[in-house]
Design a protein around this ligand. Structure first.
Ligand code: PGA
Length: 248
């Protein structure tokens, strides 16, 4: 089943208000691609201004807390993100798993909070280079899916991003055959965990997606979009990726 593609940009810890000028070109490209969903996930500090600058463009956050509110200095709840007009939240990104020691269980708790607030959670999974070299990529990713996906996940409130850790920011990507194999495994796992809903959950590929490789990656079966880091920071790089999705 071909699902509607989602091309999401993860700005990570990049951008001050001047960066929002990039949204003009991204909005134009999104408007010209009605068959594709486009989203930008800027830092928390830019969400409010991004929603104001680009009201038609779905905006997302890059993390949320599992609790609704309370004594959690420096943290941001899903409800606060919704309050700004954002619609997505990236959870369990490998940089947070490394830098903030987040676990599958953390990602699951945050996803439940996101669902309760009405956000769509983009849960990230992916093996390290050492795990792939050891032939364990499939087992690692299957375990991450089992540990992080709530049973209440649906095609509407959940997106999975397969991001091999060794491909993020490295300029290296898995072969198309490796992407196909892993996305097929993820699809089967989603259907095992979520039943029929699992067939409709979009599976994004992420890790060094750029204008040169987007078309071939997006054409792989069960690749339902892309989560783009570095190449989402400028309209010049991100727009061709949106166009590649629209051309399929
Ligand atoms: P990259 O990052 O596109 O810069 O490799 C992707 C990601 O971490 O989401």
């Amino acid at each position: 089943m071909a699902l509607r593609k989602l091309v999401a940009g993860n700005w990570k810890m990049n951008g001050t208000r001047a960066k929002l000028a990039e949204l003009d070109g991204i909005v134009s490209a999104a408007d010209a691609a009605p068959g594709v969903d486009v989203a930008i996930c800027p830092p928390f500090t830019l969400i409010d201004a991004a929603v104001a600058a680009a009201p038609s463009l779905p905006i997302g956050a890059q993390d949320c807390h599992h609790a609704v509110q309370g004594a959690h200095t420096g943290c941001v709840s899903a409800e606060m993100i919704v309050d700004l007009g954002a619609r997505y939240v990236i959870l369990g990104h490998s940089e947070r798993r490394t830098d903030q020691h987040e676990t599958d269980r953390d990602a699951r708790g945050k996803a439940l909070a996101a669902f309760a607030a009405g956000l769509t959670a983009i849960i990230c999974v992916g093996e390290t280079g050492a795990q792939r070299d050891a032939g364990r990529a499939g087992i690692v990713v299957a375990g991450q899916l089992e540990g992080s996906i709530p049973a209440t996940g649906t095609a509407a409130n959940l997106v999975i991003a397969y991001e091999p850790v060794w491909a993020i920011g490295s300029g290296r990507t898995p072969s198309l055959a490796e992407v196909k194999e892993m996305h097929g495994l993820i699809r089967a796992k989603l259907e095992a965990i979520l039943g029929i809903e699992g067939a409709g959950v979009r599976i994004l590929y992420g890790g060094s997606v750029n204008p040169g490789n987007a078309a071939e990656l997006l054409a792989v079966p069960d690749v339902d979009g892309a989560l783009v880091g570095g190449a989402s920071l400028t309209a010049a790089q991100f727009v061709p990726i949106i166009e590649a999705a629209a051309a399929l």
